[in-house]
Design a protein around this ligand. Sequence first.
Ligand code: FMN
Length: 404
Amino acid sequence: MHCVQEVTPQIFWVGGNDRRLERFENMFPLPHGVAYNSYLIMDEKTALMDTVDSAISALFLENITHVLNGRQLDYLVINHMEPDHCANIEELVRRYPEVKIVGNKKTFQFIGQFYQAPLQKNFYAVQEGDELSLGRHTLKFFFAPMVHWPEVMLTYEQSERILFSADAFGTFGALSGNLFSDQADFEAVYLEEARRYYANIVGKYGMQVQTALQKLSGVEIRMICPLHGPVWRSNLSYILDKYDHWSKYLPEKNGVVLIYASMYGNTENAMNVLAAKLSQKGLSDLRMYDVSKTHPSYIIADAWKYSHLVFGAPTYNMGLYFVMEALLRDMAGLQLQNRQVALVGNYTWAPGVVVKALRGLVEGMKNMEIIAPPFEINSAMKPEQEPALDQLAEAICASVRQLG
Ligand SMILES: Cc1cc2nc3c(=O)[nH]c(=O)nc-3n(C[C@H](O)[C@H](O)[C@H](O)COP(=O)(O)O)c2cc1C
């Protein structure tokens, strides 16, 4: 049975949800599933905006057949060639041999790489700023290279002022029937997952997101239709503001995330003592993670949200405990920047090694300020070290308060 929703009287959501997939990109846990959105415009000409992942192909094709109701598919716009959105191109050409595949040079290069079938005869190339009339609706194409992949386009429908935004403004989390963000309690249901999606999937490309936002700044947008998660038809400034913060690597909140690695509990203990001191000094909403327990995507999402990060880790085979090293390299790869940092190291026989490694990785990232001398433990924290930890706590509090 088809499952479609009306976005506007002539535009239909023909996507679907996957709550079975364990990990997005075989990497990121999906406790709340994921939605693959696709939109079909029914005008004098019909146009489909992107396809979906192969996991939901059967329902997707049924949805299209239902909405087309015997009509031909005239255009298939490919805003993004990542396989979770383009798994059905070949099948659509088999069903609608005359369909024009709308894309740019890079789109067509990638289609050639992913697909065996000769699809060149269906290609309909567009340039930046080109317009395509469907009748009452007119599509205008904005290129947004590296707002995830190099071929990415944003398609703007001029009559209804709708932005089909590819992966931008998307989120993890399946749709629970409610298609629009204002039908859900977005902050409760989606915000954490939207941030986790942004930081881990798009985070590296902040500069390109800024370029795209500037390109669109003169365009009136009434609705944003992303490829994942709910559609925005109201309060657009809310999600635009989040994207502006995230892509400028500006924290949303002044606060502290304590991130530790620990094999036998001694580093963990020092981090707990530090967290208690921070709390007693008046800091609230502290967040704390064990890197061996929590998937890095969640820690990275909070690193995107908060202004201060404390990293604590033991020495391991004359270096930094691997899981912490992997997390820091992940953060660096995603270009996390502009954070205030404090360090806690632990060793049994090699003083200085782990704090040097932590410092090296943190200083390798842009605009990361180490706000106080590292706190070092020799195997286990001793009561006589409390004044030094107090000093570190005081430095962190002062730095948080300084931000306002
Ligand atoms: C496999 C292994 C390798 C270690 N390698 C080093 C090392 O190279 N240098 C050092 O000073 N301590 C090393 N240690 C000691 C730990 O860093 C130390 O015991 C620390 O207190 C552990 O902190 P934790 O209780 O938070 O796990 C090693 C410990 C283990 C288990």
